[in-house]
Ligand binder design. Structure first.
Ligand SMILES: Nc1ncnc2c1ncn2[C@@H]1O[C@H](COP(=O)(O)OP(=O)(O)OP(=O)(O)O)[C@@H](O)[C@H]1O
Ligand SMILES: [Mg+2]
Length: 413
């Protein structure tokens, strides 16, 4: 008697160990098929059955389909649909409860078609539902318990444990697949958007050049007769050109077509130039814009035009996001083999959680629908792209309500 109990315990322990083995595999593998085959074979082995299989609900057809089977039956079973009404697996799926059938042939729910098609006589059967949360997604079943014995309560427990693991594995695989598809779709949308920007900016450029050219010619010829109107046309066309150039820059950066043409220059000169371009706007906005420059030259080897685009964007942001009465200060300093440029303002500032995101394409702190500042949210992503193209880095520091400071560090040579 005591010996029997020991044996029983031994068997139970072994079963548990095998089930744990599946658990470990579940966390270390992403390949679903071999794992399900293993679960099915283990189910058959641990319950002393002739074979086993997993059927999954096909939500489109409302039928059950074999997705794994022991031995080499998988390929033969895969094409056979099993109806929910009129099959034991279907009854288990519907009830969500395990089921033991001692004499399958005498059971009216038994679906004989499967046995006939693979040439196997199903005598006894044990089936357990595959459940994810409250939802039943399929059934794990084993057939023909050996030596004419019936399935025991222990077999039911074993099968339930294995069914739970199969369900997790299937759900994981489905989630991974859904994620992969979503990611692919996102990539597709991103490509579409990039193509659209590339084409649109190219196509807009030529007619806009014509508008700018003829408006300038007319302004010249008509003198003051339509001066105000033509100046307005010219200003509008120039700001359109700025938008189109921004889109083109983005598109070149994204497609890797942006080339760096380095020359040697004094960074102080470029900062002075950029600051003087924004002086008038700063004055209109009631701001003090200063360049805080060292007495000695700050030589750098870089693409001068692109450095100017970086400065323009940072200064224009600082001027736009600083209320009247504030200060914008642009500083430069050489540090060994690097050159640091900073643009500091006393403006609205940026919340800490946004400090990195503002460098993402199209990202703006203010909601599109309510924002007062305009712009496309592309400037900083272009700044980042251009700085990184030079092997440099850029970041933002800020105290909301008090101001922001953007720092660009570029290699000096
Ligand atoms: N100096 C600054 N102070 C406060 N917020 C800023 C500052 N610079 C940038 N931001 C925030 O970062 C966002 C993104 O800036 P970015 O330059 O990329 O786009 P934008 O200025 O809105 O549009 P664009 O530059 O394309 O005309 C801005 O909309 C703003 O919310
Ligand atoms: Mg900007």
């Amino acid at each position: 008697m005591v010996g029997d109990r020991k044996d029983d315990l031994g068997i139970r322990l072994e079963r548990l160990e095998r089930i744990l083995e599946v658990s470990r595999e579940l966390t270390s593998t992403v390949a679903l098929e071999p794992l399900l085959e293993k679960i099915v074979s283990m189910a058959a082995e641990l319950t002393g059955s002739e074979g086993g299989s997993i059927l999954l609900l096909d939500t489109r057809t409302g039928e059950l389909r074999f997705c794994a089977a022991s031995g080499d039956q998988s390929r033969r079973l895969a094409p056979i649909p099993v109806p929910i009404e009129g099959s034991i697996a279907g009854a288990v799926l519907a009830s969500g409860e395990p089921l033991i059938v001692c004499d399958a042939q005498a059971d009216p729910r038994h679906y004989g078609e499967v046995g006939q098609r693979i040439g196997m006589e199903v005598r006894s059967l044990l089936a357990a539902p595959l459940q994810i949360k409250e939802r039943c997604i399929g059934v794990l079943e084993v057939v023909n318990k050996g030596e004419g014995r019936g399935f025991s309560q222990e077999d039911v427990e074993t099968l339930m444990a294995l069914a739970a693991q199969a369900a997790v594995a299937i759900e994981n695989a489905r989630l991974v697949e859904a994620l992969r598809r979503a990611y692919e779709r996102l990539g597709e949308l991103d490509r579409l958007k990039s193509d659209f920007i590339a084409i649109a900016s190219h196509e807009l450029r030529t007619p806009l050049s014509l508008i700018l050219l003829y408006a300038a010619v007319l302004r010249e010829e008509l003198g003051d007769r339509a001066g105000t109107q033509l100046d307005a046309v010219l200003r509008a066309a120039m700001s359109l050109r700025h938008i189109i150039d921004t889109m083109l820059n983005l598109s070149y950066l994204e497609t890797g077509q942006m080339e760096v043409v380095p020359t040697r220059f004094d960074m102080r000169a470029e900062v002075r130039g950029a600051c003087s371009d924004y002086e008038a706007l700063a004055e209109t906005n009631g701001l003090t814009l200063t360049a805080d420059l060292p007495d000695v030259a700050v030589p750098i080897q870089a693409d001068r035009e692109k450095v100017r685009v970086v400065l323009d964007n940072l200064i224009s942001n600082a001027v736009r996001f600083t209320p009247s009465g504030g200060r914008v200060t642009v500083g430069v300093c050489g540090r060994g083999d690097e050159v640091e440029v900073s643009v500091a303002d006393t403006g609205v500032g940026i919340p800490p959680q946004e400090l990195e995101r503002i460098f993402d394409r199209f990202y703006q702190v203010e909601d599109h629908m309510i924002r007062r500042h305009g712009g496309m949210g592309l400037g900083l992503s272009i700044v980042k792209g251009l700085v990184e193209l030079h092997g440099g880095r850029v970041w933002a520091e800020s105290v909301p309500g008090q101001g922001s400071r953007f720092v660009v560090v570029l290699p000096a040579t």
